[in-house]
Design a protein around this ligand. Structure first.
Ligand code: KIV
Ligand code: ZN
Length: 528
């Protein structure tokens, strides 16, 4: 099979910027953002549909689970290049190739830390490291036509050495050179200068694509990525919602919308269908268990909300007074049509479609049952309720070992509170009564009694989806076991039920992880 290393539009158009999404690799590495196999496939499918050029699907040598996910994504993806990450050694590179080789357009991404700090860790001299880069990029290139190479911590690498190793990688056959600002240390002018220097100084630089990979530790990831593009980079590495270790990575939605809205001064384009942005943001937030900050650019709850009288008045007269982009551009519906108990299946289908959920007949039937159950408990159902309902469905969609059958709590002013719980554990119903300091504590104690496990509850958060006493609560739970984080989310009009379900959602991820065996290598320690 012959593979085109670059998507056709990018090869033809010098102003086209490739979007490289690493939500499933760098994003998933952030503590707590662990995703299940099915969740990764769902995200990859959406990324492909919305026009992402390259999907970094994972780090295949990290674990059997990572390998299986990258392979499955490679097999299912229609358009995007599928990329697997590998450190600078033969075993990593071979494993990455095994996982991506079934893709229509596979890519191996190999990297090594080139800054003095990293050279100290690997105990390689400059010459030894250059040799290692040549050997590993050549090996990747023997396997795969499309090879990306990254000098990790590039922005803290001596400039002359950076030029030297980039030249080595190009000579060995890399067609994309990625310049990571691994610790979020650079600033826009410097980010641009580094790309300009490499394009100017390195022989062969004009023949490859330069990528920018920024972390957000100083809040400059988006600005740094755009500055690199101004200087000649033509691939932006980013994640949905800016998910990623520490302060995260460049947010896809921010760079894509900046290029769209300020095309007059940033005259580069992407292939992203921006109307899918909100859907992607919601999906990644639900799956990772990381809520989106209310005032987050583009996708935050308040990004298009106008509270003050002057703003509301202005927006009503002419939306452009205070809005630089239309809500519809990112897939937010213009009207908030309220649904209720009498809304039919067709209305639900239309509403969900507006919200970005295009459901098959059986999925719609399932959603309709859940919608009716919610409508029985809640008079008016808003967009946010439906999104919570769909996210809740997604969270419980995979084969869970432990499922909540029933829960009854007895509360009063006097502690302790009591929870009667029935769980289906591997299909077998088991019940117990437990007490606790409050109803949620009692419910969690009941789970622990029925399914003994050794984890620590790190975070428990409750958010009201809408206003009113009948509002649904979405609950996020974060469990920790031996440094590994498992998150869960659930929504219900009953806060205690939502809490129990969220706890079980996280617990099921932990149990699945235990069953699958622990990863063979700790990727979080190796890269960021
Ligand atoms: O931040 C980083 O340096 C990385 C590399 C693996 C590209 O994620
Ligand atoms: Zn990174």
């Amino acid at each position: 099979m012959t593979h085109s290393p670059l998507p056709a539009p990018a090869a033809a158009d010098p102003d086209r910027v490739l979007i490289f999404d690493t939500t499933l690799r760098d994003g998933e590495q952030s503590p707590g953002a662990t995703m299940t196999h099915e969740e990764k496939l769902e995200i990859a499918q959406l990324l492909d549909e919305m026009g992402v050029d390259i999907i970094e699907a994972g780090f295949p040598i990290a674990s059997e689970g990572d390998f299986a996910a990258v392979k499955a994504i490679a097999e299912q993806t229609r358009n995007a290049v599928i990329c697997g990450l590998a450190r600078a050694n033969a075993a990593d590179i071979d494993r990455a190739w095994e996982a991506v080789k079934h893709a229509a357009r596979p890519r191996i991404h190999t990297f090594i830390g080139t800054s003095p700090l990293h050279r100290d860790i690997t105990r390689l001299t400059q010459d030894e490291m250059a040799e290692r880069i040549h050997a590993t990029v050549s090996r990747a290139r023997d396997l795969c036509e499309n090879v990306q190479w990254s000098p990790m911590d590039a922005t803290r690498t001596e400039r002359d050495y950076l030029c030297r190793v980039v030249e080595v990688a190009i000579r060995a056959g890399a067609s994309t050179i990625n310049i990571p600002d691994t610790v979020g240390y650079t600033a826009p002018r410097e980010s641009a200068e580094i790309i300009a220097m490499l394009l100017r100084e390195v022989p062969g630089a004009q023949e490859v694509v330069f990528a920018t990979h920024c972390h957000n530790d100083l809040g400059m990831a988006t600005a740094n990525a755009l500055a690199a593009v101004e200087a000649g980079a033509r691939q932006i590495e980013c994640t949905i919602n800016g998910l990623g270790e520490r302060a995260g990575n460049t947010a896809l939605e921010e760079v894509v919308m900046a290029l769209k809205v300020r095309h007059d001064i940033l005259p580069w384009s992407t292939g992203i269908d921006t109307r899918r942005i909100m859907q992607a943001s919601r999906l990644v937030s639900a799956v990772s268990g990381f809520p989106v900050q209310y005032n987050k650019a583009i996708v935050g709850k308040n990004a298009f909300a106008h509270e003050s009288g002057i703003h509301q008045d202005g927006v009503l007269k002419n939306a452009e007074t205070f809005e630089i982009m239309k809500p519809e551009d990112i897939g937010l519906t213009a009207t908030n049509l309220v649904m209720g108990k009498h809304s039919g299946r067709a209305a639900l289908r239309a509403k969900l479609k507006e919200l970005g959920y295009d459901l098959a007949e059986n999925q719609l039937a399932d959603a309709f049952v859940r919608f009716k159950a919610l409508a029985d408990r809640k008079k008016e159902i808003y967009d946010e309720d439906l999104v919570a309902l769909m996210q809740d469905t997604a969270a419980g969609a995979h084969q869970d070992l432990v499922v909540l059958t029933s829960l009854r709590v007895i509360c009063g002013t006097e502690a302790p509170q009591t929870a009667d719980m029935v769980l289906a554990v591997d299909g077998v119903e088991q019940s117990t009564t437990a007490t606790g300091d409050g109803p949620v504590d009692a419910a969690f104690n009941a789970v622990k009694a029925l399914v003994p496990h050794d984890v620590r509850l790190q975070i428990y958060q409750v958010h009201a989806v809408t206003e009113g006493t009948d509002a649904q609560a979405t609950v996020s739970v974060r469990l920790e076991s031996q440094g590994r984080i498992f998150t869960g989310q659930a929504a219900d009009t009953d806060t205690v039920v939502a809490s129990a379900k969220a706890y079980l959602n996280a617990l099921n991820k932990f149990l699945a992880y235990e069953r699958a065996g622990r990863p063979v290598t700790d990727i979080a320690a190796a890269v960021s």
